[in-house]
Design a protein around this ligand. Structure first.
Ligand SMILES: [Zn+2]
Length: 166
């Protein structure tokens, strides 16, 4: 193993994110096996959530498929491996709220949780099966709506109407 790979494995061991991944594997009865680059594969992951074909917790990469399919997708492994590195940079479990904030931002900007998500872009959008989507111009629409509200005069009440109401 290269020094950066060993450093990542050590960081994710110390920050307990790999332990969290192994605990998740245990709780979900997911089989684990040794992968390349100090990574651990959780194969045939069954629970419905998260809605992803693969996801990473520390140095543990969970797949919904078996090893044959994993080995046939080196692009996806490269993507998930970068997420393992991101856990090390985030000092472990702070990855979750940071990732969630970036996913929410991406969802607001593009309608997709991955397209403008820093973590997915850093891991490689195409490698992870994401598409680069155009941003939705929300601020001009909001500005126009505020202008319309500011310039619309309330309906005038005529003298006849006010007499009927009293
Ligand atoms: Zn990803």
């Amino acid at each position: 193993m290269s020094f950066p790979v060993r450093l990542r494995a050590a960081a994710n061991a110390i920050n307990l994110s790999t332990a969290a991944g192994l605990l998740l594997a245990k709780l979900t009865h997911t089989r684990v096996e040794k992968g390349p680059h100090g990574l651990i594969f959780g194969t045939n992951y069954q629970p419905r959530l998260p809605l992803a074909g693969a996801f990473t917790v520390g140095n543990v990469i969970f797949y919904r498929t078996d090893r044959v399919h994993i080995d046939a997708r080196p692009d996806l492994l490269a993507h998930e491996s970068r997420h393992a590195t991101q856990y090390a940079w985030c000092l472990g479990l702070p990855f979750f709220p940071l990732y969630g904030a970036c996913a929410a931002y991406s969802l607001w900007r593009t309608g997709d949780p991955g397209s403008r998500n820093f973590f997915e872009r850093n891991a490689g959008l195409a490698l992870g099966g994401y598409r680069e989507l155009p941003t939705i111009a929300r601020l001009p629409a909001l500005r126009n709506q505020l202008r319309r509200l500011a310039f619309v005069k309330p309906p005038a009440i005529s003298a006849g109407q006010s007499q009927k109401e009293t």
